[in-house]
Ligand binder design. Structure first.
Ligand SMILES: [Zn+2]
Length: 271
């Protein structure tokens, strides 16, 4: 009886694993993608709901990957699968436990999901594709463990993605300036100084992170920034330590200089 039970459990597990390909988290690697058609580009494959029209920006993904390599000074040699989800039900099966985000990149750097949220909010697909291609480019140059730890340094990895995406979906320059005027930015940027009690509005956080990086590049040069990027990619949990060794100043001190430069007009954010 026990042997029969074990065999039944093994068969059920294999069936469950097999179903994870077409209907679950292994969808990007499933040779059979029910409900989806594909469009093969040079560097990416687009999967979109069968019968739907592919939104224009998806046709520019090859160019976006080329530009991302130049922007990040990193190669992204692996083919990227971009999946435009048919509906929320599909996205929840592909990425269980993930909330209603607009888009997400797997830590492998080879699969990107675009969710129905973009269409629901009338956002620009191109901005969000470029944001995720930034993540994919960085992830492809990290181990899985390193890529998974990137969430410990959102100021760098989200900031650079918003910068590459030139995203307009978040706070405007005027809103950003009002936000900067009203508060200390140290807890918004420095992960060691994050205060869980602070309200965290991503529309503002994303812009603060983006502009902090652009300010660093304008002030100290692109080469120095690359040392920061490569250093934090090797250990995303230690971003404030890498920062002070690259720039010779503590993160809180430089964040205060950044805020002063914005408020005095010495440094101006670009749209
Ligand atoms: Zn992101």
């Amino acid at each position: 009886v026990l042997r029969r039970l074990i065999r039944a459990i093994v068969v059920a597990l294999i069936a469950l694993l097999a179903l994870c390909f077409p209907f679950g988290p292994l969808f990007p690697w499933s040779p059979w993608k029910p409900g989806y058609s594909s469009l093969v580009l040079d560097r990416a494959t687009i999967y979109y709901p069968t019968g739907a029209r592919v939104p224009g920006p998806f046709l520019d993904v090859d160019r976006d990957i080329d530009e991302s390599e130049q922007f990040h000074r990193l190669k992204a040699p692996k083919r990227i699968r971009v999946i435009l989800c048919r509906n929320w039900g599909d996205f929840q099966r592909f990425m269980p436990a993930m909330g209603r985000v607009g888009a997400v990149t797997l830590d492998t750097g080879t699969a990107i999901y675009i969710t129905p949220r973009i269409a629901e909010h009338g956002f620009d697909y191109g901005e969000f594709l470029r944001h995720e291609i930034s993540h994919a480019t960085v992830d492809q140059n990290q181990s899985l463990l390193e890529a998974h730890a990137n969430r410990k340094a959102p100021w760098l990895f989200e900031g650079i993605a918003v910068s590459f995406g030139k995203q307009q979906a978040y706070a405007s320059v005027a809103q950003f300036k009002a936000f900067v005027m009203a508060r200390d930015l140290v807890p918004v940027v420095d992960p060691a100084k994050r205060r869980p009690d602070l309200p965290s509005d991503m529309r503002y956080n994303y812009q603060v992170w983006r502009y902090f990086l652009e300010y660093l590049i304008d002030s100290y040069g692109r080469d120095r920034f690359q040392s920061l990027l490569l250093g934090v990619m090797r250990d995303p949990t230690a971003s404030e330590r890498v920062f002070s060794s690259v720039y010779g100043v503590s993160m809180p001190d430089e964040i205060r200089r950044f805020r002063a430069a914005v408020l005095s007009g010495k440094w101006s954010p670009r749209e």
